[in-house]
Design a protein around this ligand. Structure first.
Ligand SMILES: [Fe+2]
Length: 613
């Protein structure tokens, strides 16, 4: 067991046992085992007793994280104390046949048996073993099979309890070995899925795609829920937090959010069909959050306990290979940033743009964060989005890359976005222009080829050029491809709701900023309401395009997902829109498409929307 010193001193913040954190506490059963597996066999219909189904994540060429949660009313689970007291078999340690504690837990049914197979019906089980059901962590099971599987293989996995419950089978695919010849790969990606705003039709369609894995760029949950005075979501999708508050502050509240979100059949289907690579953005904790644990809408004082609660629930529910660095001074410091390689084809860099970032550059009032003239601080070399350690890591990884494509799983918009001379959003990279410039310099100076930034957060689809500086003829050195939201309000909905005086907590911009945009841009729209919304919105989109010429494609009227198909000759980006988020099972359609040729910072448009000329 490992406890970080600083955490031990703080009784308010329960530490994680290392075996839970690393997902490594399990016992592998090989062939003829001393462990009695006969007691664990399926007698119930698949899925019963597993209300959040299954999930997998962070594929490597030799493994995968796998996850489930067992209904606590049906299975007792094992507490941290019981598990901490036993000598566990770790994957990197020799098989200990005399480990009676573990055998006891298995006998007592406080574990699940997992099975991994290349056959969907498990006719031959390649790998099986046991893992605790973590009673102190909301009855989740999470484990890391890295080192135990073969590369380039599609696997099926499931969990069985001693009482005969069996989960649905999940499917996932391991990666090709690092540096090996890899002709093609497909990555799906999404962000911003407010449960209360609508149905996850985008996720259901993404689940049906042929892809290697999907990226989640953040806002997997929204901390705000159930506020009657401003909740404008669907009646059938409302969430009441255990505390009764309109925002989550406690571990119980945050857990409840993940718990409810994961009961969604479309989100379950996506997790059952594909592995996820996740980072977080602000709403996994609180809107527009910054380091060390400030939620500026609620208080400018750091709330470390709230942050720890948010992070704990995230860790419990996400099949992600993240950890607390041993020298960390804070249990908040879950280290999310990491990279992964897909053969010789691509390296994916996953960053964390919330845990280390400085405060907003020009003040914390809404109109200092949004639709603002800006201030000197934007260009200050002392301010950072990534924090020094993460920035050094990121730039170091970029410099050492030998992959054909360099893909950055980024959260907030990197290209400049101004409207009527003002910055629309200083919570994005526009608020950290100096650091943005440092990244640009590294990419250009080191000749890093095929640099593609995948972005979420702004509830809009965009394909834009990365430029050395955001002047009309600034040098282009890469491409940003932003995915729209799954359900959270886009700019079009924001305009419509504000014209109807409806505040919406999932809008990409706060209401004050939206009203200020209206007052400045088209004052008649507010006072007389004589301008049709569609016309107003078209004007707005066109004005954005004129003022930000590096934006090649833009749509903020749709919800959906995006696919990035990589090959040796090109990357193809395709954005799909769903017809509705208010009805279940809506159809999808092609929204935008472009190609980025190998070796060229170019956006060759294949399909564009009529709203954006
Ligand atoms: Fe969002």
């Amino acid at each position: 067991m490992y406890f970080n010193d600083s955490v031990r001193e703080d009784e308010n913040r329960a530490p994680f046992p290392e075996c839970f954190l690393t997902g490594s506490a399990f016992r592998v059963v090989n062939g003829s085992s001393d462990i009695e597996t006969k007691a664990y066999y399926a007698t119930q219909p698949a899925g019963e007793g597993f209300p959040q189904s299954v999930a997998s994540g962070d594929p490597t060429s030799s493994g995968m994280m796998i996850w489930t949660r067992v209904d606590p009313s049906l299975e007792a689970g094992a507490s941290d104390i019981e598990i901490g007291g036993g000598g566990f078999e770790w994957p990197n340690k020799p098989h200990d046949k005399n480990n009676s504690s573990f055998a006891d837990l298995i006998d007592q049914g406080k574990t699940v048996m997992f099975q991994v197979s290349t056959h969907p019906n498990f006719s031959f089980v390649e790998l099986s073993g046991f893992s605790p059901v973590w009673k102190d962590h909301d009855h989740v099971v999470r484990m890391d099979l890295d080192g135990l599987l073969h590369p380039n293989e599609t696997y099926y996995y499931r969990f069985i309890t001693r009482s005969g419950l069996v989960s649905k089978a999940g499917r996932c695919r391991t990666l090709p070995p690092e540096g090996s010849d890899c002709p093609a790969a497909t990555i799906g990606y999404v962000s911003c899925q407010d449960y209360t705003s609508g149905y996850f039709n985008a996720l259901a369609h993404l689940a049906d795609e042929q892809m290697d894995f999907f990226l989640h760029l953040g806002d997997y949950i929204y901390e705000a829920a159930g506020e009657a005075s401003y909740q404008t979501g669907l009646e059938a999708r409302q969430i009441t937090l255990p505390s009764g508050e309109d925002k989550a502050f406690t571990l119980e509240d945050y857990r409840h959010l993940y718990n409810v979100y994961r009961t969604d059949p479309d989100l379950q289907k996506l997790h059952e069909n594909h592995a996820m690579v996740a980072t977080w953005d602000d709403h996994e904790f609180a809107n527009d959050a910054y380091a060390p644990a400030v939620a500026p809408d609620d208080s400018l004082e750091p709330d470390l306990k709230r942050r720890h609660s948010a992070n704990s629930a995230w860790l419990e529910y996400m099949p992600s290979r993240v950890y607390v660095p041993s020298r960390s001074s804070s249990s908040n410091a879950l280290k999310l940033y990491r990279s992964m390689t897909i053969g010789d084809l691509a390296t994916l860099y996953i960053t964390d743009e919330r845990a280390y970032r400085d405060a907003h550059p020009c003040g914390e009032q809404e109109l200092e964060r949004y639709f603002t003239d800006g201030c000197e601080n934007i260009h200050s070399p002392d301010r950072s989005m990534l924090g020094r350690e993460q920035k050094d890591w990121f730039l170091g990884e970029l410099k050492n890359s030998s992959s054909l494509w360099n893909i950055w799983a980024n959260q907030v918009q990197i290209t400049q976005l101004k409207f009527l001379g003002r910055y629309i959003n200083l919570d994005a990279w526009d608020g950290f222009a100096h650091e943005r410039q440092a990244i640009a310099q590294t990419v250009m100076n080191k000749g890093i080829q095929n640099f593609i930034v995948l972005t979420g957060d702004f509830h809009s689809f965009e394909a834009s050029y990365l430029q050395e500086d955001y002047s009309r003829d600034g040098h282009k050195f890469g491409v940003e491809l932003m995915v729209g939201s799954v359900t959270s309000s886009n700019l079009n909905e924001m305009v419509q709701k504000n014209l109807n005086n409806l505040f919406d907590h999932t809008s990409p911009l706060p209401q004050n900023a939206t009203l200020e945009i209206f007052r400045t841009f088209l004052p008649d729209a507010l006072s007389k309401r004589i301008i049709p919304t569609e016309f107003l919105f078209k004007e707005l989109q066109n004005a954005i395009k004129i003022e930000n010429p590096w934006i090649e494609l833009f749509d903020s009227t749709s919800h959906g997902y995006a696919l990035l198909e990589l090959s040796k000759s090109r990357a193809v980006w395709t954005a799909y829109a769903v017809e509705s988020i208010e009805e279940k099972q809506a159809s999808k359609s092609l929204l935008l498409q472009c190609e980025i040729p190998n070796g060229e910072a170019a956006i060759n448009v294949k399909e564009k929307n009529s709203l954006f000329g």
